[in-house]
Design a protein around this ligand. Structure first.
Ligand SMILES: NC(=O)c1ccc[n+]([C@@H]2O[C@H](COP(=O)([O-])OP(=O)(O)OC[C@H]3O[C@@H](n4cnc5c(N)ncnc54)[C@H](O)[C@@H]3O)[C@@H](O)[C@H]2O)c1
Ligand SMILES: [Zn+2]
Length: 361
């Protein structure tokens, strides 16, 4: 079974990638010496597809498996739902050794992880991501959170799982738009760290990859390796980890300016990556050809590279409210070449405006 090791001293863990791996969840967890009272957090759609497999696997391995559903959707990543789940955990007699398993996308993962991080000051946490975005991004790295009415992911922690189990077969039921959303993050890894990976992606297309899960498994593994390396070097986001934010500065502004309704996260950062590449191009970091190549590959996967009908002033206002800004200036993550990024706060506002105008034309 392919594995990626996330090296974080005493918080280290493995990411296992395995088709039909859901069936093995119980036996992998048994090796971790956890309590036997296990709580699976999921949503109705995912439970319908994979709940029985996961439950059977846990029961066979000797766990008592409780399955708790939360509604699908970003609104569920809330304190109100956290409270419901704490209550459930207490009533089930979960103790400090009882594991929580997140079976789902980033919403389930972030919320379940937040519960695991805080219930009794932290109990074992297992990630079983079922969206491409969760498999390549949110399940790796230990950021857990709930939203506050005043801002997304405002309340949270760094809390590493004991195991991440990725079963690429779960992607078979994933809707088209969620595939695309995850692919934006996959392409991001190529641009920020790995020219060969970018070229590999440039030579593929979504239609073929969707039916070639062995190849997808390799792609997910490569993405996890890159994220794991960055996270190992900077667990708490005080340095290198900022490079994962490539495309997210403009991306977050677009999501916020459209009330998180128009774009999936991946669609917004796809446009953001094109914008950041162009900024890099305008300041002389990124050659024309590579700038165009980034946009072409993103567009080739069917992701948007432009936006329309959003007021420039609103986007600018959201840009300067991005929580990753430093003081008043934005720390931009910009490519020097495909496969390597750098950061700068030294970008004239006129250039930002020019790029926003280009992106909306
Ligand atoms: N913790 C982190 O580091 C991190 C990183 C990136 C994003 N996030 C968070 O992740 C969340 C977004 O995650 P997401 O994109 O996975 O969205 P999501 O969790 O909302 O899932 C998207 C949709 O896909 C459905 N779904 C999930 N798996 C499925 C499957 N296998 N088959 C069919 N349908 C399935 C879900 O029911 C949902 O409707 C956001 O809240 C974001 O803040 C966290
Ligand atoms: Zn992202």
């Amino acid at each position: 079974v392919p594995e990626v090791y996330v090296n974080l001293d005493e918080n280290s863990y493995k990411i296992k990638l395995e088709q039909r791996g859901l069936n093995e969840l119980g036996s992998y967890m048994r090796d971790l010496k956890l309590g036997c009272n296990a709580l699976v957090i999921t949503n109705p759609v995912i439970k319908q597809c994979y709940g029985d497999i996961v439950q059977a696997s846990l029961v066979t391995a000797g766990f008592t498996a409780w399955v708790e559903e939360i509604p699908a959707g970003e609104e569920t990543k809330s304190f109100a739902w956290a409270m419901q789940l704490y209550e459930r955990a207490i009533r089930l007699g979960m103790d400090r050794k009882s594991p929580i398993i997140a079976l789902g996308g980033g919403v389930v993962g972030d919320l379940a992880g937040f519960i695991a991080a805080t219930y009794m000051r932290g109990i074992p946490f297992i990630q079983v991501p079922t969206t491409l975005l969760a498999q390549v991004d949110s399940s790796v790295g230990g950021k857990v959170a709930v939203n506050h009415p005043l801002g997304k992911n405002m309340i949270g922690a760094f809390y590493q799982p004991k195991l991440v189990l990725i079963d690429p077969d779960t992607l078979n039921t994933l809707p088209d738009r969620e595939w695309l959303s995850g692919f934006a993050e996959v392409i991001k890894y190529g641009v920020i760290q790995d020219t060969d990976f970018f070229d590999l992606l440039a030579g593929e297309n979504l239609t073929n990859l969707r039916t070639d899960l062995p190849k997808m498994t390799q792609i997910i593994q490569r993405a996890c390796e890159i994220k794991a390396r960055v996270v190992s070097a900077d667990e708490k986001e005080t340095g290198l980890r900022i490079i994962l934010n490539y495309g997210h500065t403009i991306g977050h502004a677009l999501e916020s300016a459209t009330d998180y309704k128009r774009y999936t996260h991946g669609e917004a950062i796809a446009i953001g990556m094109v914008g950041a590449a162009r900024l890099a191009n305008l300041i002389g970091w990124l050659p024309d050809g590579e700038c165009q190549k980034i946009a072409a590959v993103i567009a080739g996967y069917g992701l948007p590279i432009r936006f329309s009908s959003i007021d420039q002033a609103v986007i600018e206002e959201r840009l300067y409210h991005d929580k990753k800004k430093e003081g008043t200036s934005i720390r931009w993550v910009l490519p020097r070449a495909i496969g390597g990024v750098d950061t700068t706060t030294d970008i004239p506002v006129e250039l930002i405006r020019q790029v926003l105008v280009e992106l909306s034309s």
